[in-house]
Design a protein around this ligand. Structure first.
Ligand SMILES: Cc1ncc(COP(=O)(O)O)c(C=O)c1O
Length: 381
């Protein structure tokens, strides 16, 4: 796929290939037993892809429900008309509980205190609470520590909440299978503390994208929470997940706004971290860290211009990045520079971008800023 003509007026934009979402969801669903519910993770503006459009497409592609980080994100989904179940993945502040109840959200309980605050909010509002209990089996972040989980289980049953699910989260599923197996084992053992009659009605989930690698249909797990994979990025290469061939959904482009020749010896950009060793033709590209190109990519990364790799010269600035186009004939103002994605025969992958930018794939996507226009391709390719 070449860079898009859809965004002819934009200076910097990401192109979102919505049909690629259909294909990715289809492949993930096919790899899972049919009874397993697909919770689509759309927090952080659907990993930078744009929540309303992507959520709508995910539903059309067959996901069962959504997960977001917080009440404000869930409210955005409700505002655009989604009445599907929405799971809040992070702890909810007492002050946010009334709104969470009013929006009919699935609230994740991470502590006894949070459950008590919810009981108080329910008593005050007269609304019904739908809850999942999150257990910390070795992530050290959200969730009730597993050794204290039984107490929370008992409270939830007694409180009369609608208990809908129980889950844990893996910390190292993309790199440490043994640690993940141990987290699973702790979680499975703990499930025995829930009466069978209650347990049989719960959504039981642990797996994020990387967890799918070791997902076992024989275990009681009946839901998965998928983020990265549905956006087309396997958590690790060479794995079963990579063999599903997820297709990147997002590509990132910007315009060349100035072309000029600089003499050898010129120092380029802030703090003069690069001095030109030869007479150099440079292109100034209308994209910088204000858009989502981190300064870590300075003097390390490349943009594709006219299908060729052009090295970033000097420091990435807020609004502009300078690239070397000496070896690329006839680059002109208005040309498209591709920061992520394909141009002609070449492609800059998220993995490559992350190596230059010293970040992880989730971060590369989520740090694309509001200023970058989102352009949605809806055609089937
Ligand atoms: C609790 C929880 N579940 C699931 C996910 C989805 O993870 P991934 O994007 O690796 O699929 C996340 C992502 O951060 C998460 O925090």
């Amino acid at each position: 796929m070449g860079a898009s003509s859809h965004a002819s007026a934009a200076r910097a934009w990401v192109e979102i290939d919505l049909p690629a979402i259909d294909r990715n969801v289809g492949r993930i669903k096919q790899a899972l037993p049919p009874h397993v519910r697909y919770v689509a993770v759309v927090k952080a503006n659907a990993y930078g892809h744009g929540m309303p459009e992507v959520a709508t497409r995910l539903l059309q592609a067959g996901v069962d429900c959504f997960a977001v980080a917080n009440v404000a994100e869930a409210a955005n989904l409700r505002e655009v008309g989604h009445d599907a179940d929405i799971l809040l993945l992070s702890p909810t502040l007492p002050s946010e509980l009334p709104r969470a109840l009013a929006l009919d959200l699935d609230i994740t309980l991470n502590s006894l205190e949070e459950a008590q605050a919810l009981a108080a909010a329910v008593a005050k509002s007269g609304l019904k609470a739908k809850v999942h209990v999150k257990v910390d089996t070795g992530m050290g972040r959200a969730g009730v520590w597993h050794e204290q989980a039984a107490e929370l289980f008992a409270f939830v049953q007694a409180a009369g909440f609608e208990w809908r699910g129980v889950f844990t989260h893996f910390s190292d599923a993309d790199s440490d299978a043994a640690y993940t197996t141990n987290q699973r084992a702790i979680f499975l053992k703990l499930l025995e503390r829930i009466p069978a009659a209650v347990r049989s009605g719960l959504m039981i989930h642990a797996d994020n994208s990387a967890g799918l690698e070791s997902f076992s249909a024989s275990a009681p797990f009946n839901a998965v929470r998928v983020g990265l994979m549905q956006y087309g990025l396997p958590p690790s290469s060479g794995s079963f997940l990579a063999s599903l061939r997820p297709e990147p959904v997002l590509s990132f482009h910007a315009r060349v706004v100035l072309v000029k020749d600089l003499p050898a010896g010129t120092a380029v950009s802030y703090n003069r971290t690069k001095t030109l060793s030869r007479p150099t033709r440079v292109a100034i590209v209308a994209v910088g860290y204000g858009d989502g190109v981190p300064t870590a990519a300075s003097n390390r990364g490349f943009f594709l211009v006219r299908g060729q790799r052009c090295p970033i010269l000097g420091r990435v600035t807020m609004d502009q990045t300078i690239v070397d186009i000496t070896d690329v004939p006839s680059v002109a103002v208005g040309d498209i520079a591709t920061i992520l994605g394909a141009q002609r025969a070449d492609r800059i992958t998220v993995a490559e971008f992350c190596a230059w930018a010293d970040c992880i794939p989730w971060e590369a996507l989520c740090t694309l800023t509001q200023r970058v226009q989102r352009v949605y391709r809806t055609d089937r390719t």
